[in-house]
Write a protein that binds this ligand. Sequence first.
Ligand code: GLA
Length: 383
Amino acid sequence: MTAVDDARALLAASPEGVWSAPGRANLIGEHTDYNEGFVFPFAIAQRTAAAVALRDDDVIRVRSTFAPEAVEVSLAELDARIAAGGLDWAGYPLGVAWALLREAPDATARGVDIALASEVPVGAGLSSSAAIEGAVASALNDVWNAGLDKVALARVGRIAENDAVGAPTGIMDQMASMLGVADAATFLDCRTLATRAVPLGFADAGLSILVTDTLVEHAHSTGGYRERREACERGAAAFGVPSLRDLSVDDLARAEQILDEVTFRRVRHVITENQRVLDTVAALDADGPSAIGELLVASHASMRDDFEISVPELDLAVETTLAAGALGARMTGGGFGGAAIALIPTGLVPAATGAVRAAFAASGFRAPNIFTVTPSEGARRDA
Ligand code: GLA
């Protein structure tokens, strides 16, 4: 059974249609999106599906395979319910409905039943939330005749996440989920939202992306993620620029002079990470995927030492996969838990998996989930 089948089965009525959107892994470019910088994520094969039926009233009713209770909100009370908060998982689909109506006021909104099912692991740093947002935004865009394009729907997802759920995230995850292309990663300029699908060629090169989901939980609506964002804003303000995007490696010496030590390291991560994204895309174009390993390793070191968003489990996954023959490895996503990725010859995947399991056991860490992910197609209508 796929998520599409599960969503259809959960919907009591016969569906108007079924839409789905994938999770994502970020190849490189972490905490650069909200600094208007560069990111390079790819959509994965695991998807979230939304089956939708039209109703005769003005009620939005959401159900999901991951929570027992349906949640109902009328269109008339949507603003107030979003403002009141406390919607838990339903904040994502209802937040998308609310954001879509804000972005497309002429949409023909009416009551809908929405049933959600997901294959994307929750809390793994693989953006299960962007997958929900992309599936629901794509569905409502069609059934409400909102007429938004994929970039606008990614923006809807981000508004839902920022203003309805209250997580101060950037737009990377939603863009990756909406715009994914099989066997490619999305090179995204977060200032202009210009994108280019860059072929990865992993399969042809005999390479795989191995994910270690540490099962260490993180929440971006609280704590460290917000603090890192604030440090970046302080750094940009000290330079009198709108965002860290406006600085380059040439500004690092001055940054060290004018910033306090911690803010300097946060800023150095973002500036060097932007450069690593550009270098990764150039290396792929010129020499193919086996040329990007060291950039992934440098990215992880920068997140561990300068941005300080790694955890011992992520560092261990990175070190162990590298020792097992990975060309490169790094934590992926917002950090403070979640997953690490490794770019590794496909033939070494079983041995690397065993090595990570053994290393986690020896360190007394919880047994991780280890699996490969495949760069895949973005949001679409399935039925
Ligand atoms: C989370 C956020 C993204 C991005 C990453 C870090 O996944 O949702 O917007 O900021 O963290 O790169």
